[in-house]
Design a protein around this ligand. Structure first.
Ligand code: NAD
Length: 256
């Protein structure tokens, strides 16, 4: 059980982050949810999750494109036994047309924010004598696709940063690993379907089967529960010697 542990999950009012928060809460952890918005429904989401699983749950607003806000998120949490760096965005364009500010934003939200949150969380983990860093990378942290230069670069960066975090904590009861999901049906992926349909002149159903899941041999989306369950496993005693590596949850994508 993760009772008595506090987990901070970045970008967790939706999709995979919320799924990971739910599974950590189900396993008994107190959770801190986060996104850049500060709406009543964000705070209600945390309250409902806490009530459902009988754990403490809070929502803390922080825009992770800002290093200062990323650091403030962990400071405000006050305790961080489990850090899940998950916040992410996508943009699809050829390199020569890729907007510079979008490149900078993707690298900031997905890679640099993990550096900032980890820098503040590690001393807290050392003080507690236990810690788990779980970075949500992607199959695109291990392989590439055209037109996703910033995303693929950020995710490869996350995998590298995970390895360094593991080496710097290797002698302590702290591990750092990256989960590499294939396609999971979340708002981030759903948003790509209409554009891709236009680009390839296909129906949205054809896009799902022939484009999105083309590289996922299982021909099924992974689920947020499965990614969450993998995070819970990485926090378990069985995973205490698993550090500095990646676990793919990708229906066989990276075996191709
Ligand atoms: P999503 O859009 O549902 O969730 C993204 C989360 O990040 C949201 O909570 C959003 O509010 C938050 N976020 C975005 N910008 C932020 C900012 N500036 N500051 C704070 N929070 C911010 O997408 P998702 O599919 O659940 O993606 C979550 C993570 O999983 C991302 O890192 C993504 O790259 C990764 N991933 C997704 C898939 C997939 O198929 N969905 C596959 C592999 C990896």
């Amino acid at each position: 059980s993760l009772q008595g542990k506090t987990a901070v999950i970045t970008g967790s009012n939706s999709g995979i982050g919320l799924g990971v928060a739910r599974e950590l809460a189900r396993a008994g952890a107190d959770v801190v949810l986060n996104s850049f918005t500060d709406r009543e429904e964000d705070h209600k989401l945390a309250a409902d999750l806490g009530a459902e699983f009988g754990v403490k749950a809070r929502y803390i607003q922080a825009d992770l494109s800002s290093g200062e806000q990323a650091r403030a998120l962990i400071e405000q949490a006050g305790r961080c036994d489990i850090l899940v760096n998950n916040a992410g965005i996508q943009h699809v364009a050829p390199i020569e047309e890729f907007p510079v500010e979008t490149w900078d934003r993707i690298i900031a939200i997905m890679l640099t924010s993990a550096f900032h949150t980890t820098a503040v969380a590690l001393p807290m983990m050392r003080k507690a004598g236990w810690g788990r860093v779980v970075n949500i990378a992607s199959a695109h942290g291990l392989t590439a696709s055209p037109y996703k230069s910033a995303y693929v670069s950020a995710k490869h960066g996350v995998v590298g940063f995970t390895k360094v975090t593991a080496l710097e904590t290797a002698k302590e009861d702290i591990t750092a690993n990256a989960i590499c999901p294939g396609y999971v049906k979340t708002p981030l992926v759903e948003a790509q379907i209409p554009d891709t349909a236009k680009e390839y002149n296909m129906t949205e159903e054809q896009v799902i089967e022939q484009v999105i899941l083309a590289r996922q041999p299982s021909k099924q989306f992974a689920t947020t529960e499965q990614v969450g369950g993998t995070a819970v496993f990485l926090c378990s005693d069985a995973a205490a010697q698993i550090t500095g590596t990646t676990i793919s949850v990708d229906g066989g994508w990276t075996a191709l």
